[in-house]
Ligand binder design. Structure first.
Ligand code: NAD
Ligand code: ZN
Length: 357
């Protein structure tokens, strides 16, 4: 499978020769590969066997807490020590952390060397590796420093998913659900038939459709001036929930928080008369089926609003959301009042016991 994006090639299960040919076409002087301890163990052997090229390894420690300038210094230093020049290429072999940070380091090292995204988590395959957003966390803020720059290519190989933790797999799946809900009702129908992620799944076709949806939105609005905001569906409340739980014992992955965010924001859309009860029930039922153990005690309205006020999607001091208008269609810059949020919280509290079953 091969998705030809206007700006860079994206291949899905296309065979290793595609990657080899791409690296050859870059006339790379040296090929570096960035890994963390998990992708070094599970994914690097597959890459090494299939590439049979001399690879210079740069290893970092896994986890969002290491998506920092300190780790970048280590990456830049390793590039320097091994005499990377502007003809060198960096392969980012890992999840979104490796992709975002490796891309950021490559885009800035000696004013930029080419990099290839080889995403190994589902989230990175359907989301992080496409769209050109690169960056790191700083001063306690996610993706505080970064830039937009496209990779030279994206190479997806779904066999990498075999070693991914099931919780991580389900987290990435939330973005697939989002793509169906915001842009394609036929895709949503296909997604809805997947009742558990434990059975074999045709990942390549799902990833391919998700990438088509994301890249067509990004192409129309690369700098997030308008339309691209629909990719934030579920993320306004989802991010507020995610940051609230960062400091607690309950560990929520990004996609798990987004699943709850989508549930709540779908309810908001229903409350505002944007979607029917029938559509809301469908979304509610599906998210509860896959994410039942993620249903959580929400922070208080005050805490949520505090987190929402820091959200970059707000305009003119109003809370701006991306809300569904129908299944497969999403509006952006929909303003939501505090009263509407209070009503939503009431509903959630009343339904929490049902949701947990
Ligand atoms: N640039 C974008 O547009 C964009 C979009 C969404 C998310 N992101 C970023 O992506 C990051 C989250 O990405 P993520 O969820 O992939 O997290 P991650 O990179 O931390 O990966 C999750 C965990 O899975 C491990 N792992 C990855 N692939 C594996 C495999 N095949 N086998 C075994 N273990 C494997 C990693 O080592 C890590 O421990 C965040 O930093 C987020 O900001 C960026
Ligand atoms: Zn997300």
């Amino acid at each position: 499978m091969y998705c030809m994006n206007t700006q860079y090639p994206i291949s899905i299960n296309k065979g290793w020769s595609v990657l080899i040919e791409h690296i050859t076409s870059l006339h790379a002087s040296k090929v570096f590969v960035l890994v963390d301890e998990n992708t070094k163990e599970s994914c690097l052997p597959i890459l090494e066997t299939n590439l049979s090229l001399d690879l210079i390894l740069i290893e970092i420690t896994s986890g969002e807490v290491h998506k920092t300038i300190l780790t970048c210094q280590h990456i830049w230093d390793q590039l320097r020590i091994h005499n990377a020049d502007r003809k060198s290429v960096l392969l980012n072999l890992g999840g979104g952390v490796i992709g975002d940070m490796g891309g950021f380091c490559a885009a800035s090292y000696k004013r930029g060397i080419p990099f290839i995204q080889i995403p190994t988590s589902l989230l990175a395959m359907v989301d992080a590796s496409v769209g050109g957003k690169l960056g790191i966390d700083m001063f306690g803020l996610k993706n505080m420093v970064g830039l937009f720059k496209n990779p030279s290519a994206v190479f997806i190989h779904t066999a990498f998913l075999k070693t991914l933790d099931p919780q991580e797999l389900r987290s990435g799946f939330a973005e697939i659900i989002k793509h169906g809900l915001i842009a394609d009702s036929t895709y949503w129908e296909i997604i809805k038939r997947i009742r558990t992620l434990e059975n074999p799944i045709e990942w390549a076709s799902l990833i391919s459709r998700s990438i088509q949806i994301k890249s067509s939105i990004v192409e129309k609005d690369p700098n997030e001036q308008g339309l691209r905001k629909i990719l934030n569906f579920g993320h306004t409340l989802g991010h507020a929930i995610e940051s609230h739980f960062l400091g607690s014992d309950q560990h929520l992955l990004h996609g798990e928080a987004i699943a709850v965010g989508m549930l709540l924001e779908a309810r908001l859309a229903y409350q505002k008369g944007l979607i029917s009860m029938l559509s809301f029930d469908e979304i509610y039922e599906y998210i509860c089926t896959l994410y039942t153990d993620t249903i959580i005690e929400l922070p208080s309205l005050d805490r949520l609003v505090e987190a929402l006020n820091n959200d970059k999607k707000n305009e003119q001091n109003q809370l701006a959301f991306s809300l569904l208008e129908d299944i497969g269609s999403c509006a952006y810059n929909v303003f939501v009042s505090l009263d509407e949020l209070a009503l939503l919280m009431e509903w959630y509290k009343g339904h929490q016991s049902n949701l947990n079953q």
